[in-house]
Write a protein of this length. Structure first.
Length: 290
């Protein structure tokens, strides 16, 4: 994994992103959610003697990308994933301090803030479960990335995934928080044995669920022009191998086309779960005068 970018290296990147979610071919409803958002500095002009617009926007842009895969019967999973997204939105609007230099030390502070945000989302879901017994046990995975300049901060709970694609190789950033993944990491199971294991869907770490408390995995990653970020629920990765996903990304440079094709391929392979795919492409910012 690349090291965090330093403050003296702040390459300007433009962002092109697209997300799509699909129920799949088996599930009766869609419990996945996703979010693509831009953060900007805005000044609203109340009164002025100058002939200028009522709102001015700063040049600096940050972006937030999120995928959540809910779980729980009677649409509780859909409710849990929506609560988590709303909690992150409110945190970002009202608590998160995002006006900073995009260096490594600041990235660690950002990761700490979003780890706290996920714990607040955990509390919110558990509160809702306590108030509504029919929702008891509901929970959600949550994989989120925040980008400013060349710095990407990723926080993660569950078995949705974040990948980075550099034009050739697909690298998984996050680790699956599942019983099978833990057994593989301990050497008790080989990866090829896990694909058909009856316990492969047992998640060991969720936002919400039956108990308070969670582990929030965090990564600071440097991105370069031409890189693509992929966030997805396990409805994609259960149906397609990493090699199959990489092949689509090599063939389709546009995020929308790649998302659409990945969902179609997952459904062609069986579509046994809800499928959510979010792709971000980082391009070099145009030079002054272009």
């Amino acid at each position: 994994m690349n090291e965090p970018v330093t403050q003296t290296e702040r390459p300007s990147l433009t962002v092109k992103a697209f997300g799509i979610t699909h129920t799949g071919l088996v599930r009766p409803s869609n419990e996945d959610q996703f979010l693509i958002a831009e953060l900007t500095k805005t000044m609203r002009i109340w009164h002025t003697s100058l002939p200028e617009p009522k709102a001015l926007r700063g040049d600096e842009r940050a972006h937030l990308f999120l995928v959540a895969d809910g779980m729980g019967g009677h649409r509780a999973g859909e409710h849990a994933s929506a609560l988590a997204v709303l909690a992150i939105e409110q945190f970002t609007l009202n608590t998160f301090k995002w006006f900073f230099h995009s260096d490594g030390s600041e990235a660690q502070k950002v990761l700490g803030q979003f780890q706290t945000a996920l714990r607040h989302a955990d509390d919110r879901i558990l509160e809702e479960s306590a108030e509504h017994p029919e929702l008891r046990g509901m929970g959600t995975t949550l994989t989120m990335a925040y980008q400013l300049d060349a710095q990407l901060c990723v926080v993660h709970v569950g078995d949705s995934r974040a990948y980075m694609f550099d034009g050739d190789e697909l690298e998984q950033i996050t680790h699956d928080h599942t019983l099978m993944a833990e057994m593989i990491r301990r050497g008790e199971l080989k990866p090829e044995q896990a694909a058909q294991h009856r316990l492969r869907h047992v998640i060991t770490n969720v936002v919400g669920g039956n108990e308070a408390g969670l582990f929030v995995e965090a990564h600071a990653v440097e991105v370069h022009a031409g890189d693509r970020l992929l966030l997805c629920s396990d409805g994609l990765t259960e149906m397609l191998t990493n090699d199959a996903i990489a092949a689509v990304l090599r063939a389709e440079a546009e995020p929308e086309a790649a998302c659409t094709k990945l969902v179609a391929r997952a459904n062609e392979a069986g579509g046994r779960d809800n499928i959510t795919v979010l792709i971000v492409r980082f391009d070099p910012a145009p030079s002054v005068g272009d």
